[in-house]
Design a protein around this ligand. Structure first.
Ligand code: GMT
Length: 377
């Protein structure tokens, strides 16, 4: 199959998932065309069957807001015609579902069919999508998609509650590549970060307010009072400066490292002891799944789809968003009990296996085949 994939190229979960999906499909023999405004963060090496098309910045002195939608749709039409795409898979509804619809309709004027599949990821529904500034377009373009998937049961239900959806939404959970995200025994690397065998806590995100990163720091502060520990913060975004100031105010700077937008996040997860994700909302929590694949238990909030990924008392612990005290107590309990930590590590890995790339990729392929059979000619 020749498949066009549209996503945000940033370090956000939807872009990561879309890129990993494209790379997996390419390995399975499909021809994949990524169409984005910048090289996707995880598209770093040469890969067979993979093509990358950059959407040109549509800048002109008149534009206060460059018309991304028009530039993207025009690039999509160009790629679809020249490469002969069979279908288009867009990730994150805003504005990609509407762009997909526009592209499909333009393709009709060339006498060509291009079914569109939209994958909903989270904030495109829960935070931004519900906003009245976007809602009518989001609802319309979801209903116009030839196939719609959501990354968790929680997000599927939330979408049906929030919008007048008339089309079926299939739940296809996020996945992890277990060959890439795996425990390694890099003692020298571990020692460089934790020279006195401190426990290593990790948080990775795009540093948005919804991630509740101040809670990560407060949980770490409580842990460090009892157990020697280091905190590694991977990623970057609007909250970064506030968090640096908070660490200075709490006198934690010697034990907190900001690692920025690391490409090889798996190297950090592979030496971690605990992952923290206390988000105010999280439709799935792909970063938690990646940690679990590396045998790292997770202390998270119980928001959104997180309970579908992190299992309370098995792969980690879940508490309501903002419950810093209970989250810190769980962290101390786990890190202070070697046997329990080992058991949770094993269980986290077992749970991650349920979301392996090998298991989930065929679900997308089946969805593509179904859409190709059913979409109107
Ligand atoms: O806002 C973000 O966290 C980024 C967002 C994205 O689309 O990049 O992440 C969402 O999609 C991820 C991949 O499906 C999910 O794992 C995240 O849980 C989800 N984020 C939220 O719901 C806040």
């Amino acid at each position: 199959m020749k498949i066009g994939i549209v996503c945000y190229p940033t370090f956000g979960g939807s872009g990561v998932l879309a890129t990993e999906l494209g790379l997996g499909l390419a390995r399975a023999g499909h021809q994949i065309h990524f169409i984005t405004y910048r090289q996707p963060a995880r598209l770093v090496n040469f890969a067979e069957n993979v093509y990358y098309h950059e959407v040109p910045a549509a800048d002109y002195p008149l534009f206060e807001y460059p018309p991304y939608d028009t530039a993207m749709a025009s690039t999509l039409v160009d790629v679809a015609l020249s490469a002969g795409l069979d279908l288009l898979h867009v990730h994150y509804a805003i504005p990609h579902a509407a762009i997909g619809y526009m592209t499909r309709e333009i393709m009709k004027s060339y006498g060509r069919r291009l079914p569109v599949i939209t994958t909903l990821h989270g904030t495109d529904i829960t935070l931004v999508g519900k906003n009245r500034a976007f809602a009518p377009v989001v609802a319309f373009s979801i209903n116009q998609s030839d196939g719609v998937t959501a990354v968790s049961e929680n997000l599927r239900e939330e979408t049906l509650r929030a919008f007048p959806i008339k089309v079926p939404i299939e739940m296809i959970p996020n996945f992890v590549d277990l060959n890439r995200f795996t425990r390694t025994n890099k003692e020298h690397f571990r020692r460089a970060i934790a020279p006195n065998d401190e426990k290593i806590l990790v948080h990775t995100s795009n540093f948005r307010p919804v991630k509740n990163i101040p809670d990560v720091v407060h949980i770490f502060q409580a842990v460090r009072e009892v157990i020697p520990a280091k905190l590694l913060l991977v990623g970057d975004g609007p909250e970064r400066q506030n968090i640096e100031i908070l660490c200075r105010d709490l006198d934690l700077c010697d034990d907190v490292r900001f690692l920025g937008k690391l490409e090889a996040v798996e190297e950090i997860l592979a030496i971690a002891d605990l992952f923290l994700l206390p988000s105010g909302h999280e439709s799935f929590g792909l970063s938690a799944l990646e940690a679990m694949a590396c045998e790292v238990p997770v202390i998270s909030s119980n928001a959104g789809g997180l309970p579908e990924v992190n299992l309370h008392g098995i792969t980690g612990f879940l508490e309501p968003p903002g419950a810093v005290g209970p989250m810190a107590r769980h962290a101390i309990e786990l890190l202070g009990d070697t046997e329990k930590l080992a058991r949770f590590r094993r269980q986290a890995y077992e749970q991650a296996q349920r979301f392996s790339l090998d298991k989930i990729l065929p679900l997308y392929e089946q969805c593509y085949h179904r859409v190709l059979e059913q979409a109107p000619v």
